[in-house]
Design a protein around this ligand. Sequence first.
Ligand SMILES: NC(=O)c1ccc[n+]([C@@H]2O[C@H](COP(=O)([O-])OP(=O)(O)OC[C@H]3O[C@@H](n4cnc5c(N)ncnc54)[C@H](O)[C@@H]3O)[C@@H](O)[C@H]2O)c1
Length: 253
Amino acid sequence: MSGDCQDKVALVTGGASGIGRASALALAREGAAVMVADLDHDGCETTARLIHNAGGTAAVHGVNVAEEDSVERLVRETVNTFGRLDLAFNNAGIGGAMGKTADYPSEDWHRVLAVNLTGVWYCMKHEIRHMLELGGGAIVNTASIAGLIGMSGAPAYVAAKHGVIGLTKNAALEYAKQNIRVNAVCPGGVRTGMTESADKAIPGFLDKLARLEPMGRVAEPEEIASAVVWLLSGGASFMTGHALAVDGGYVAR
Ligand SMILES: NC(=O)c1ccc[n+]([C@@H]2O[C@H](COP(=O)([O-])OP(=O)(O)OC[C@H]3O[C@@H](n4cnc5c(N)ncnc54)[C@H](O)[C@@H]3O)[C@@H](O)[C@H]2O)c1
């Protein structure tokens, strides 16, 4: 394996499925040793096996990003396993319940914020501590087009993803002089575990998502992964604090 991430160590949360799995595979293809982390341990093992079969380097670690202790252990384990941490893709997330603001269940609000927003902050907090010791690094957080515009019926998800972009910009400013770049990726509709389970719950969900996209289709996870790898690579060396829409033109309207 050789490429843009040669001799780098990358950590990917949500690595058991969808965008996280595709990104872990793409980072490994570019030469990174990848720590694949997720709540879903079996899914992590599958991602790691796919990386090993392709000749790459990977290890797995179970994590609940909504718990700070769990995230701290993950970052420590990554450094213990591979000796350093250069690149992080903070991507684990959940869709949460649908419902308008006045009807939205408080329990779902807290769960979505805990995973999708606080989880990203916990990850950055512990990753950045190691990157400062190392003298630099690059981070990408997964936001969404729901971090750029409102989406009726998803108040917690939209608030969390807008928050991810705020956290990203803030950390980018704080650590710009210490050689740590922090960006966000904002996918449009992507065919993953998340949207496929929504399609099971609401038949026709994926077709409707595709019709809303200017390109008339949803993305495959690999189309998001290639942007993530680029943002983490030296090719994006002057880019920080940016929220990159990879959305088939969704927010261009
Ligand atoms: N699929 C889309 O259309 C779309 C669009 C925009 C943004 N996103 C975002 O992309 C990211 C990845 O989602 P995906 O679409 O690949 O879905 P996915 O369901 O395939 O993958 C999400 C992964 O996150 C893991 N996860 C969930 N909660 C966790 C927790 N508390 N701790 C650790 N891992 C946890 C899940 O086990 C799963 O493997 C999410 O942040 C999601 O909000 C997805």
